[in-house]
Design a protein. Structure first.
Length: 616
């Protein structure tokens, strides 16, 4: 039996290493299984016939990881993006045989956003973002205001007109946002999952932007359906800016309080600190999906442009492998490191070459209807809208903790020379990044990989080759990117202080996490961490136990057993009556859907290895 046949057999028999790679793909459904089957075939073909031989072999050995082989390079797909929803709504667009005109109400605008999200998600393989959605939808709420004024002038007494109009517009906004949330969570894209979409919001100060922000947060707090379960998507990213919503004197401080409440109950929103984001990236924007960020870029008129830009893919370097192979000799480490970077270069350049073969007709929503801003003709080259460093290509990395452990021991975080070594790794990657960017006119970015399944793949391969190494391969996972060792107790403030230096070099993708106990009645504790983070880190996620038992009403952190997740209050473990939500890398997932012991254990480990930092 060859490798492809074995992989297909593993898929049919629901081998957890195959069907559990994505926390939000339910492998019980036909649509997901169809996508997984196509992915197994695409991956096999890519490794055996498409990728350069030395790149394919390096991937198989676990020296690098060529991400998303189930989609690219079999098809010249792009990864993640910031959708240019503003121009699409203003200018109209076409999906299939339907020509969609500019909306004249916030309800129609939100409905069109859902269609845009669904089609963009089916035309690429990564996440997508609608940024500053509050300010975007505010424009269309004005149509509702005009309509209700016209009605009020006919049927409402003059003294009550303003109150009537405000009530009607507020209701329209709430209905539009609730519909947006429900429609996103009931959609399935062509890759067998709910669209991985992020909504960025929080900076609008006009009355309708404020109402949109409130509606987004109230809708999320309320939950989905009669059981009020936590929505997995859209991922919410709330922007905090001094003068807007940071302190009590700011006009939107009340909305910040609502965001704090929402985070304690639904884990989202994450926060994006305005000033630090501008410092790291050159201007302000939300991430593309999970944690991938774009650098500042100006168009020919000198205006900053973010919406309509994208990422072309990721290749991740197994840094612990290099450290293990060096046997603790620093010169050997750097010699191997430079060789591996040569392989990474060839892998990333191949991504460029493959995407250059795409045509506008391959993804009309992206290239002909405005999602990537430019509306190309059939004879125009897709690659041209990525040149000029407008698109990014990501140099991922994993396991700084384990690499430093080889040289300095498992408690190295308090040694300045050890931390300097981990930063030197990113500094050297930065030198390659700048050189390759100049050479290929694509922005190569350093990316703190959200290694959902890669944490155990690299470790598993290294354990097979090098055996059980204390604090490195014996854990069963590698530490995600630059994060502090999850096994150690540390305060949120200490964690932020330790991690804040890394995104200066890895600004192409990053997120920081802190984990807390239930904080429903102590929002000031969470706000203290948010405020402390403002001038130290750009992007901060909140991890709080929000599991819910529908039988007894318990809310908190479920116990993990060999039978799955169990309510600590009543012992309920029925997947139909327990709502388990955990953060997996940069987004939320429903691990209770995973049917096997191995799958449940893997998710339990994923939560520990990515998330467990401390409590306050």
């Amino acid at each position: 039996m060859n490798k492809l046949e074995q992989d297909l057999k593993n898929l049919i028999t629901k081998d957890p290493t195959v069907v559990n790679e994505n926390a939000n793909k339910d492998s019980a459904t036909f649509s997901t299984m169809r996508d997984l089957t196509a992915g197994v075939v695409s991956k096999s073909y890519a490794l055996n016939y498409l990728l350069p031989e030395h790149v394919a072999q390096a991937h198989k050995r676990g020296e690098i990881h060529f991400h998303d082989l189930d989609y690219h390079p079999f098809q010249p797909l792009t990864n993640c993006c910031l959708i240019d929803a503003e121009s699409m709504l203003e200018q109209g667009f076409q999906i299939g045989n339907a020509t969609v005109t500019s909306p004249k109400s916030i309800q129609t605008a939100s409905a069109q956003l859902v269609q845009i999200i669904a089609n963009v998600s089916s035309s690429q393989y990564g996440g997508c973002t609608i940024d500053r959605v509050d300010e975007l939808l505010s424009k269309y709420a004005k149509f509702n205001e005009v309509k209700h004024h016209q009605i009020a002038e006919k049927f409402v007494s003059p003294a009550d007109v303003d109150a009537y109009v405000d009530d009607r517009v507020t209701s329209d906004i709430e209905d539009a946002i609730e519909s947006l949330e429900y429609e996103i969570n009931t959609l399935y894209t062509s890759n067998g999952q709910t669209p991985f979409v992020t909504l960025g919001f929080g900076l609008g100060v006009d009355k309708f932007s404020r109402k949109v922000q409130e509606a987004i947060l109230h809708t999320r707090i309320k939950g989905l359906g009669k059981d009020r379960i936590t929505a997995i998507f859209p991922k919410l990213v709330f922007s905090i800016k001094k003068g807007v919503n940071f302190s009590e004197k700011d006009p939107n401080y009340d909305i910040k309080q609502l965001a704090l409440e929402c985070s304690t109950k639904r884990m989202y929103p994450d926060i994006l600190n305005y000033d630090k984001t501008v410092e790291l990236l050159g201007d302000f924007k939300a991430p593309m999906g999970c944690r991938s960020f774009l650098p500042a870029w100006k168009d020919k008129e000198g205006h900053f442009e973010n919406n309509g830009r994208c990422n072309l893919g990721v290749v991740t370097l197994n840094i612990p492998r290099i450290a293990i192979e060096s046997k603790g000799d620093i010169e050997t480490f750097w010699r191997i490191f430079h060789k591996r970077m040569t392989i990474m270069h060839d892998a990333l350049v191949y991504r460029i070459e493959r995407i250059a073969q795409a045509t506008p007709d391959n993804a009309p929503i992206l290239y002909k209807n405005g999602a990537f801003k430019y509306r190309l003709n059939d004879n125009e080259q897709v690659i041209d809208i990525f040149k000029g460093q407008r698109a990014t290509l990501s140099m991922g990395y994993i396991g700084l903790y384990e690499a430093a452990t080889v040289f300095y021991g498992p408690e190295w975080e308090k040694l300045s020379r050890a931390k300097a070594f981990t930063l030197d790794i990113l500094k050297v990657m930065k030198e390659y990044q700048l050189k390759w960017t100049d050479t290929y006119d694509i922005w190569f970015s350093i990316y703190s990989t959200p290694s959902e399944s890669l944490t155990d793949r690299f470790c598993r391969l290294d354990r097979e080759q090098f055996g059980e190494i204390p604090d490195i391969t014996d854990k069963g996972y590698y530490q995600n990117s630059f994060h502090y060792d999850v096994r150690k107790d540390i305060t949120p403030f200490e964690k932020i202080e330790f991690e804040k230096d890394y995104p200066y070099y890895a600004s192409g993708g990053y997120i920081h996490y802190c984990e807390y106990p239930k904080l429903n009645h102590n929002l000031k504790a969470l706000e203290a961490v948010w405020d402390y983070s403002y001038d130290k880190v750009s992007y901060l996620g909140t991890n709080i136990p929000i599991d819910h038992c529908r039988k007894c009403g318990f809310e908190g952190d479920f116990d993990t057993t060999f039978k799955g997740y169990q309510c600590p209050e009543c012992g309920n473990s029925d997947p139909k009556t327990v709502d388990v939500v955990k953060r997996t890398c940069g987004y939320l997932g429903n691990p209770v859907q995973r049917p096997t012991i191995e799958g449940r254990h893997k998710e339990m480990c994923a939560r520990v290895k990515h998330l467990k930092d401390t409590t306050i």
